[in-house]
Design a protein around this ligand. Structure first.
Ligand code: ADP
Ligand code: MG
Length: 299
């Protein structure tokens, strides 16, 4: 299968890179300043006005968080707790009601080429081929590269997600997992510093999902992008995240930030069978269960 070949390539690439060292988390693999925050939320409250009923719904309350450069931050929390609202503020689609969200020291004022979003529902253009869907991300750029550079970038991004050979296919000809990889290629093609992912693997089946997690772990080891990754799956959060932020029921507040001290690569290793994985999973599960019970009591 195409993605297996690409996976092998990626693994070689990430092993032959300059990282050195085998054990430890990503932070020990990629030495850098101990604290180099790239996304900073300061006492952020966010919500939505309903003009018709003249009411305001508070989605998130007083959230403060620093995300380090090159970090993989996973976010879990009950449905409706404001996870998408948070990532949409970082993307520049939603503005905070109070507080600030900064990227690279500047308050976010809108979307920017330093950030790219991967959506759960793929958001592909059905009338465009795979390569033209990926190209789309570069079309409306101000400083877009030359046509040949664009073609080279599309080819590189498709190779990274294991879709070489499917350039001319249309979305309806692809499986769910492949469509989602087109969505990821589209986010990677502009080489953004920050990848924002809102339940990106939520719509793919369990087996494909594990394969995609493994590929994604390898891709990120290679590109070293900062990733903010929302998921419903505790396993996925622990397998992928350097830290897992657990958010409470709405209005969402940070309940706990859990450090994931499992060595990488995790998906191709035996992290999932380790005692530490089970402990982390259990801990996050109990935090979320409190929230589920809290929501019931509130009814
Ligand atoms: N565009 C919107 N307009 C009004 N309310 C919204 C909008 N988007 C989200 N909400 C509400 O804000 C709350 C948080 O939503 P969201 O951030 O999507 O949560 P999550 O992603 O954690 O499920 C929910 O109650 C949701 O109904
Ligand atoms: Mg959501």
């Amino acid at each position: 299968m195409a993605h297996t070949a690409a996976g092998a390539q990626l693994q070689i690439a990430s092993h032959s890179g300059a990282e050195g060292g085998s054990g430890g988390g990503r932070s020990s693999v990629a030495p850098g300043p101990a604290s180099d925050p790239v996304i900073v939320a300061r006492s952020v409250t966010a919500g939505y006005e309903n003009r018709r009923t003249k009411t305001r719904l508070i989605a998130l309350r007083d959230v403060s968080l620093e995300i380090q450069r090159g970090e993989f931050l996973a976010i879990v929390g009950p449905s409706g707790c404001g996870k998408s609202t948070f990532i949409n503020m970082v993307a520049g689609f939603v503005r905070p009601l109070e507080g600030t969200v900064e990227v690279d020291g500047q308050p976010v004022r809108g979307t920017g080429s330093d950030r790219a979003m991967v959506f759960q529902d793929y958001a592909l253009l059905p009338w465009r081929t795979v390569e033209r869907n990926v190209l789309f991300a570069m079309e409306n750029r101000r400083n877009k590269p030359s046509k040949s550079e664009q073609a080279a970038r599309v080819a590189e991004a498709l190779s990274l997600v294991g879709l070489t050979g499917f350039e001319k296919a249309y979305p309806h000809e692809l499986s769910g997992g492949m469509r989602q990889r087109v969505g990821i290629a589209r986010a990677l093609v502009t080489k953004p510093d920050i990848l924002l992912m809102d339940e990106p693997f939520g719509a793919v089946d369990a087996m494909t999902r594990e394969a995609m997690q493994a590929e994604f772990e390898r891709i990120i080891a290679q590109t070293r992008q900062t990733v903010v990754f929302i998921t419903h799956s505790i396993d996925e959060a622990v397998m992928l995240g350097d830290r897992v932020v657990v958010i409470s029921n709405r209005p969402g507040t940070i309940k706990e930030v859990v450090d994931v001290d499992l060595p990488r690569p995790r998906l191709t290793g035996d992290a999932k069978g380790s005692l530490r994985f089970a402990e982390l999973r259990e801990h996050i599960w109990s935090l979320l269960q409190d929230e589920a019970l809290g929501a019931q009591e509130a009814k």
